[in-house]
Design a protein around this ligand. Structure first.
Ligand SMILES: Cc1cc2nc3c(=O)[nH]c(=O)nc-3n(C[C@H](O)[C@H](O)[C@H](O)COP(=O)(O)O)c2cc1C
Length: 370
């Protein structure tokens, strides 16, 4: 829901995700903006993500009837108006008081999916009640397996249709912008899904910072056996988020994964990791259409979405642009960010000569392979 303040923004006059970020930056505190915008190390992987998509030319086909076209698709049997999910990102109430509820309502009104972070500031029950489209729940496996088991049961009971296990965080990346601005989980904000579960979870998360507050959610000793365990205890499909290598994708499938999310956490973990545009084709080839492959990191336009699908992705996830839309104007701001992406994707499909999502193939990036 938009607040009075949000009404002062003329969203129709915003025509790019970059403009939304400018508005968001003005509204956010320096600390919050640094948390959302920042990445690990020298932020080279973060930068590389965006540049790598932009560097791929799209070899458009002409004289194709594109008068009737559709951006619609399905993901794990769920219909989507376009192949997009909001990526799991923490602490939406830091961007806007309506937090994750605004995000899920905007995703629902636009017919796309949402992945709820386990570090959300709204409960999974509230988010699922407000959802109109598919909701995935992102989890980490920390040292307390009883806690993970309870959290999984709770998310499934709430109605999530898939889990995304994040595997690129054995430890947290060193994020210098957060350290410089002295990031802390803001006073009065709680990680709603981590309350009241498991003895090892501190009740009070405020004022202890990302390392202190969230350190107990992850484990440096995770192995494929833990993925097998999660697949055993989950009655919904488990996707594995944070894969960049073909061999890891193969192993994940053998361990029971029902989907792969090619991701480097938006450059927030290993600085030096390849751009996801570089790792996606290898992973997609290894997966060979056995399960969906989702990709995130630096997707900022409909052309980037088109490139991702041409390289083998079933759908994309979008992180920061959703947060900036939320900060700029709550639910309406998120909806505007989604609209900009979908309108551009539709226009790209028309201009590339490809009226259906299923027709977006590698040939558009490399006609010699056709
Ligand atoms: C502020 C912020 C918080 C994030 N929190 C999480 C999280 O809680 N769990 C997770 O798996 N990924 C998290 N991510 C990573 C995103 O899911 C996603 O991989 C990344 O944002 C995609 O890159 P993009 O922001 O360039 O679109 C976060 C990213 C950002 C920017």
């Amino acid at each position: 829901m938009a607040t009075d303040d949000d009404d002062t923004i003329n969203l129709a006059s915003i025509h790019s995700l970059e403009e939304i970020e400018v508005v968001a930056r003005e509204k956010l505190s320096e600390v919050a903006y640094a948390y959302y915008a920042g990445a690990a190390g020298r932020e080279r992987t973060h930068e590389r993500n965006r540049l790598a998509w932009e560097a791929i030319p799209i070899w458009h086909r002409v004289m194709v009837d594109v008068a009737r076209r559709s951006t619609a698709t399905t993901l794990l049997n769920a219909p989507l108006s376009a192949p997009i999910l909001a990526a799991p990102t923490a602490l939406h109430k830091m961007a806007h008081p309506d937090g994750e509820l605004a995000t899920v309502r905007a995703c629902g009104s636009r017919g796309i999916g949402m992945v709820l972070s386990s570090l959300a500031t709204t409960s999974v029950e509230e988010v699922c009640r407000a959802a109109k489209g598919p909701v995935h729940f992102q989890i980490y496996i920390g040292p307390d397996r009883g806690f993970v088991r309870e959290l999984v049961a709770r998310a499934i009971a709430a109605g999530v249709c898939a889990l995304q296990l994040t595997v690129d965080a054995p430890v947290w990346g060193l994020r210098s912008r957060e350290m410089k601005t002295g990031f802390r989980v803001p006073e009065g904000m709680s990680l709603a899904n981590l309350q009241g579960l498991g003895a090892s979870v501190p009740r009070d998360h405020t004022g202890v910072g990302i390392g202190g507050a969230l350190g107990w959610t992850i484990s440096a000793s995770l192995t494929w056996r833990d993925l097998e365990w999660l697949c055993e205890i989950s009655s919904v499909p488990v996707l594995v988020k944070g894969i960049c290598r073909a061999d890891d994708a193969q192993t994940a499938l053998r361990a029971g994964a029902a989907g792969i999310v090619v991701s480097n956490h938006g450059g927030r973990q290993l600085d030096g990791a390849p751009a996801t545009a570089e790792s996606l084709p290898r992973v997609a080839e290894a997966v060979a259409h056995r399960v969906p492959v989702i990709v995130d990191g630096g997707i900022r336009s409909g052309a980037d979405m088109f490139r991702a699908l041409a390289l083998g992705a079933t759908a994309v996830q979008v992180g920061r642009p959703i947060l900036y839309g939320l900060a700029a104007a709550g639910e309406a701001g998120v909806a505007r960010a989604i609209d900009l992406l979908v309108e551009d994707f539709d226009r790209t499909m028309a201009l590339a000569g490809c009226p259906l999502v299923g027709g977006i193939t590698r040939d558009f990036l490399d006609p010699s392979r056709g």
